[in-house]
Design a protein around this ligand. Structure first.
Ligand code: MV4
Length: 446
């Protein structure tokens, strides 16, 4: 692999560029007209403008991206996260053009994109699930029967869903018809597919996910878990590795189950399995077939470069190490700093007059910001990921607090003040939170 096209923007385009650079692989940036002076364009070896600001016409424009790869003679494409990263058709088209897709097979992307197929596959491979319907619900009558069996409250979810869209709770039989109707209508509108399924509703779970890598020679290794419970409206704000509630033995047990399953599946490249954890029990809900935003916390505790590994795997190389070689050291925390008002979450694009990144031992900032950069209004509001590593969780919190105080992003509103308040909160410091904690924390104003 000599030249890779990076089909993304912002901090993740930089992240992939850095891995390529260190491996002696030249990079091609693609960009919209709104991103002509973006950092990912400045750092890449070459760049190609692929369209106007709306993502649909640029970062999601498959024909323009494949043309850019052809004219620059790239031999691989890394999709980053979001945009085309979990688009099976795109992965197929990349390979049909004789290029290497740095990610899983189109078949596995498609399989996990359908949440019903993903669950059925994991059930067959022995991964624990939330009790629910065996597959899609064919009628309201079937929904009633399954709910009676698994007991209320229940959740109706869209097969094509994820990220919380097309999801409705029913607390009792009286609420089921409405949940059934609304979930199907929303699923049809959002995904063009009204297939839905049912699960027992867990009322206070944590969101814990497991990172894996698989090479094309049958080796599958896991890199432990991330606790991603601190989210608001399905947008994660803070992630940690490891989870404050998991023991090394529980991690090993879950990891062994998951790696066995993915080996049987013939999965390749990076993947993340999402679980809900409540009362000491794990239940698989979804699998993400991409590099995730929060991958750096795993990199920090495992001392591994996940993007480098993705590229090596795509080039057909062997992992070259086994599970026993993966060691976990210390604790890592990521704060997602977004260009939003810290209380109202109103978007705050605009010109960054001063940007100053924090530093020191155990501090990493993944960001495409620079002083004088204008954050465009067209895309995701993430402007920086502050990632901190320290020997213990308490030290990681203290270090995050210190780094947040050093960090300057002037000219726009950011969530920096909210992150400071979270780090100062006694419940957060005790690790005492569920997926509902942050919503309430924000509502009570700290
Ligand atoms: C659930 C759940 C409770 N019980 N499933 C939301 C997004 C999608 N990925 C799965 N989600 C949930 N599924 C059962 N059976 C609660 C959520 C949920 C959630 C999950 C992870 C992180 C944040 C969340 C916020 C609200 C609801």
């Amino acid at each position: 692999m000599k030249k890779a096209l990076i089909a993304n923007r912002g901090e993740i385009a930089l992240r992939v560029h850095r891995a390529c650079q260190e491996m002696g692989i030249r990079t091609v940036a693609v960009h919209s007209t709104a991103d002509a002076s973006a950092m990912h364009v400045r750092l890449a070896d070459e760049s190609v403008c692929i369209g106007p600001p709306p993502a649909r016409e640029s970062y999601l424009n498959v024909a323009a991206i494949l043309s850019a790869a052809t004219i620059t003679q790239a031999d691989a494409i890394h999709p980053g996260y979001g945009f085309l990263s979990e688009n099976a058709k795109f992965a197929e088209m990349v390979e049909a053009h004789g290029l290497t897709f740095i990610g899983p097979t189109a078949e596995h992307i498609r399989m996990m994109g359908d949440k019903i197929t993903a669950k059925e596959t994991m059930r067959r491979l022995g991964v624990p699930l939330v009790p629910g319907s065996p597959g899609a619900l064919s009628s309201l009558e079937e929904a009633r029967a399954v709910a009676a069996e698994i007991k209320y409250p229940v959740l109706i979810k869209a097969a094509a869903g994820g990220g919380g869209r097309g999801m409705k709770v029913a607390h009792d039989e009286a609420g089921l018809e409405e949940a059934w109707r609304v979930a199907r209508t929303e699923a049809k509108a959002a995904f063009g597919d009204d297939s839905v399924y049912m699960e027992k509703y867990l009322d206070r779970p944590r969101h814990i996910e497991l990172q894996i890598l698989a090479d094309t020679h049958g080796n599958v290794v896991h890199f432990g878990e991330r606790d991603c419970s601190l989210q608001r409206r399905h947008q994660k704000l803070v992630e940690e590795a490891g989870s404050p509630v998991l023991s090394a033995a529980e991690r090993d047990a879950l990891g062994a189950q998951v790696t066995r399953a993915l080996r049987q599946l013939g999965y390749r490249n990076a993947g993340t399995l999402e679980f809900l954890w409540q009362d000491g029990q794990f239940a698989f809900i979804e699998m993400n077939t991409r590099l995730q935003v929060e991958h750096p916390v795993t990199e920090m505790v495992c001392g591994i470069d996940l993007v480098r590994e993705q590229i090596r795997i795509a080039a057909g190389e062997r992992l070259g190490y086994g599970q026993e070689d993966v060691r976990f050291s210390g604790h890592a925390i990521e704060c997602r700093i977004t260009a939003e008002h810290p209380e109202t979450f109103a978007p705050s694009p605009g010109r960054v007059t001063t940007y100053h990144a924090p530093g020191g031992l155990g501090v990493r900032v993944d960001s495409a910001l620079y002083s004088g950069y204008t954050v465009p209004p067209h895309y995701d509001s993430l402007v920086a990921k502050l990632v901190v590593h320290a020997p213990t969780r308490a030290q990681a919190i203290a270090r995050t607090r210190r780094a947040l105080d050093e960090m300057v992003v002037d000219g726009i509103e950011t969530t920096l003040p909210l992150h400071r308040r979270i780090m100062d909160d006694p419940e957060f410091q005790r690790g005492d939170y569920t997926i509902h904690w942050l919503e309430r924390f924000v509502a009570r104003g700290g």
